[in-house]
Design a protein around this ligand. Structure first.
Ligand code: SAH
Ligand code: SF4
Length: 350
């Protein structure tokens, strides 16, 4: 054979057009690529050989030349309130990531990781505290979504919402993240609607500019936590690389070019960034922007001894924002007892 393939191809790494090209190179029409695609993302096949109704020669070729990312489940843990389930999933090289399934008002949402660890070093975030290990591949990001979709299917439910708020900074792993999102949005497969996908970034300005240029259809959330460069960089080190002037300019461009609202996230830390001055500074910073503020009372992590804001402080903060015409929500705390809340995801191994 002339085209012996040394390394099996991970089908989860391939876009729908690339899958078509691969099968064309093997002499199969695009109709067959469609069957494989729907086997992977409609039937959620656990391996390429088990995709039903394929020609035997194609089935044989898939068995010898391809694989799909197998994320071995190291552990699964449910929060006491039953609203959150956290999976510790093992990658082929032995590294591990966390993926979370949450239920908000009956809606299932998957919280997906894009990196093992994170290079951004936000001081209150468990992922930041563990440092950067590596980027995830597109296939590893897709595999998490499929994992959660399979889990839901067992109880007759389907996955409609995704937040890229797990481990890592998605805009630091731009290519793989976008490739994975293309796959999960594909109508002929998982068909997750772009308006039900939220990408959260610490504020990587070149990445936000690229999302705008490429007119990426999902929703955008930007983690602020401070409304002046000085206060923000105390909590979020990348703030000194991409100062607020640049960040807000990029956000303004995004909302105006795409006609889409931006969500701003703010971890409310007692006595640190939950006071009226900070609320006014945030109001002034975002004034006139099509914005919604998500306030997240700080979740505990081992490497940071701050405390969550008290509910009255959160209410007062919201009232000040409302004075600037800024809508806001205090995010429900979920999964804290099993360390599956925002910023609590980390894996301990070499
Ligand atoms: N890297 C991206 C996405 C992952 S973090 C980002 O930073 O946006 C998802 C959200 O959880 C971010 O808004 C982040 O600031 C927030 N977060 C991190 N640690 C937290 C903590 N200990 N308590 C509450 N929110 C936290
Ligand atoms: Fe990374 Fe986001 Fe955690 Fe900051 S908050 S360290 S960017 S995962």
């Amino acid at each position: 054979m002339s085209n012996v393939i040394a390394q099996p191809i991970n089908l989860y790494d391939l876009s729908r057009p690339r899958l078509g090209q691969l099968l064309a190179a093997w002499g199969h029409s695009d109709y067959h690529a469609g069957l494989v695609w729907s086997g992977l993302y409609r039937d959620l096949a656990v391996d390429p050989e088990s995709i039903a109704s394929l020609r035997p020669d194609l089935q044989g070729r898939l068995a010898t030349s391809t694989l799909i990312t197998n994320l071995a489940m190291r552990s699964v843990i449910d929060s006491a309130d039953g609203h959150t389930r956290k999976f510790l999933l093992e990658l082929a090289d032995g590294q591990a990531i966390e993926t979370v399934l949450m239920y908000f008002r009956g809606r299932a949402t998957a919280c997906i990781s894009t990196q093992v660890g994170c290079a951004m070093g936000c001081i209150f975030c468990a992922t930041g505290q563990m440092g950067f290990r590596r980027h995830l591949t597109a296939g590893e990001i897709v595999a998490q979504v499929v994992h959660v979709a399979r889990e839901l299917r067992r109880s007759g439910q389907s996955l409609r919402n995704i937040v890229l708020m797990g481990m890592g900074e998605p805009l630091h792993n731009y290519e793989a993240t976008m490739a994975a999102l293309e796959t999960v949005m594909d109508q002929r497969g998982l068909a997750i609607a772009p308006r039900f996908i939220t990408l959260s970034t610490v504020g990587v300005v070149p990445g936000i500019r690229r999302l705008t240029q490429e007119r990426r259809p999902m929703r955008l959330a930007v983690s602020l936590h401070g409304a002046t460069n000085e206060e923000r960089s105390r909590l979020v080190p990348p703030a000194s690389r991409w100062p607020l002037e640049q960040l807000i300019a990029a956000c303004r461009d995004y909302t105006e070019t795409l006609g889409r609202r931006i969500f701003f996230e703010w971890a409310l830390i007692d006595g640190s960034n939950d006071g009226p001055e900070q609320a006014h500074a945030l109001g002034r910073l975002l004034h006139g922007l099509d914005a919604h503020v998500n306030l997240i009372p700080l979740n505990p992590t081992t490497g940071f001894d701050g405390r969550p804001a008290e509910p009255p402080a959160a209410k007062a903060f919201q009232a000040i924002l409302a004075g600037y015409g800024l809508p806001s929500t205090v995010r429900q705390r979920r999964g804290i007892d099993v360390a599956a809340g925002c910023g609590q995801l980390a894996t301990l191994q070499p």
